[in-house]
Design a protein around this ligand. Sequence first.
Ligand code: CTP
Length: 351
Amino acid sequence: MKTYLVGGAVRDGLLGKPVTDRDWVVVGATPQTMKNLGYVQVGADFPVFLHPETKEEYALARKERKVAAGHRGFTTEFSPDVTLEEDLARRDLTINAMAQAEDGALIDPFGGRRDLADGLLRAVTEAFREDPLRIFRVARFAAQLTGFRVEGSTRNMMRDMCAQGVLSELPGERVWQEFRKVLEAPLPERFFEVLEEVDAWVPFFVELRGKGPFDVGEMWLQERFAFWCERLAEAEVKRLCKNIKAPNAYRDFALQVHRYGEVLGCWMDRSAEEVAEAVGACKGFHDAEHLAPLVGYLTRKGAQDQRSLLTLIRRVNDAVSADQFAVKGRALGEALMSARAEHIAAGQRRR
Ligand code: CTP
């Protein structure tokens, strides 16, 4: 029995990046051998085990064959006879199909190291077609790895897969897992460039087609997403979020930016009533800190003095409270809003 480090850990190690997740392949063992050594099997019909101490994943070398649509439509063949090369051959990209032996030797049957040096995202074999998620993985690697491009025949294969409509086999949850990595990548715009190259907009990202440029600079994950969503109609934002299963926090922030970003972004030139309404809708009169994410985003976009806006709203909240009014219910709501608008108008005049 032999064990090899495989996949992303080998790739990132060669790139000099920090390696967090380590995956191992075991050749020449049976599930029983693994259990006898104290490994714990995870998943009933999948030969993956956790190391008793490190808890890292050890998979028996396997071959896969596509039998049905979708990224789970595989039969897996594993036996002690499956070789390391056979296991590497079922993988998506050459840069992910390298292994490292226990003595440190690199096993690289598909030229992954050369492609890593040349910045090429190249499919290992035609078996790439077996998993539509790989289309988004390639686009995601283009966003993560500076200077990488999709190799020509791989691009043709991806385009062909997209034309056949295979992306619609994917569950939105898997798409979000990839897209989240794009949001924190150094070059998220590259993801969309690859979608364009292979025409992978339908069905998940169709709302964003033609809505570039997607360069984002120094923005946080939710800000990046909201920035792109600003170019869409509200119904499109909702549809996109539903399709890619974006978590509520991303969706809600994108909608907040969409609805109130414009008014609060140029709050000095808007009517005090409009500003008060937007602040109220963002719950800024409950606590001015509720405005902080939106104000941070607008600041990064170069909007009108957001620090002064936040200071002004804090002052309004100190000055206006419900117990100052002798009315109740709807009348109280109106009285509060007009008092707040007056303070805001005074703040605008002082500028
Ligand atoms: N893999 C594959 N096809 C997929 C998913 C994964 O061939 N659809 C293979 C690749 O060899 C990959 C390895 O399984 O390197 C591990 O997959 P995963 O941990 O999902 O991705 P990494 O490549 O390790 O990348 P990252 O950790 O950055 O997500």
